[in-house]
Ligand binder design. Sequence first.
Ligand SMILES: [Zn+2]
Length: 344
Amino acid sequence: MQSSAAFASWISAMPKAELHVHLDGTLRPSRLLDRAAKHGFDIPYRSVEDVTDAYAFENLQSFLDLYYMGTSVIRDEEDFYLLMLDYLSACRDQHITHTEIMIEPQSYLPSGVSLATMMSGFKQAMAEAQAGWGQSVLLILSLLRHLPERDGLEVLEQAHRACPDGFVAIGLASSELGHPPADFTELYARARSLGYRATAHAGEEGPAGFVADSLDLLGVERIDHGVRSAEDPALLARLSREGIPLTVCPLSNVKLKVFDSMANHNLLQLLAAGVRVTVNSDDPTYFGGFLNENFIALHEHLRLTAEQAARINRHAFEASFLPAPARAEKLAELDRYLLAHARP
Ligand SMILES: [Zn+2]
């Protein structure tokens, strides 16, 4: 117990990077309620406790129902500003000094919200967090794979025209099954030709083959989730050899039943195989914890050591889409922390 408490305070204060978080998955229960009240929406919850209870969903569909209700109350520039500021404030509290956030315009565009409205709110919050506590942020244009590729292409062109410096990379999220990487080759070719970096969800519910196809057909530089890569030893060897980062989300994986318990999560197996594993929160307010809570759960249930946690966090800074000088600065800051704070 003593060692758990020491680990928790050591990891919590460590400067960390997060590479896999969906902004819509950071909506706080209190914010859901206050936005619904502001817009006069009738939702079936009256208190923070009601919403928190609902967040204890039991299956993917109840999660998605709640998630889309959350996005439906975010409508105007102030809403997007507060959604971003809430998450960046959590980054400050969690010592996440650099974060790469997945933004999903396709959740909002159909209800008439413009990309300009979203980005204006985001930029205001990002500027405040940068000025206030030096928060480093990059945005990933995350496209939804249950929608057709041409829809993603349209959003990409629109985003590129409206805010050419707004996004550093593109990503691909939502349900994998029935929506293989092969369906999105044109989207990724176009994004890369415009200078975007590339990542994609693969090997979460989809098979290991989707991980290989995302690398080969889409040209991604890192894989979001990728835990099912362990089912294919040759793929695992390739990920290790080529240094492909995986943005693993342990609490999310357990909540969505990719693994039946944290004790059965394969993160240590991936790490032992030499894969550049990182730890991330995915949809933190829905999955029971932000980044620190993910590390602490791994320590408690898998006996993740301080050395392994430090190595994982180093991978995250190394795998970030930051320009090299900024990345080096963040790594130096991490080294200073590790030198000054004895491992628990
Ligand atoms: Zn995700």
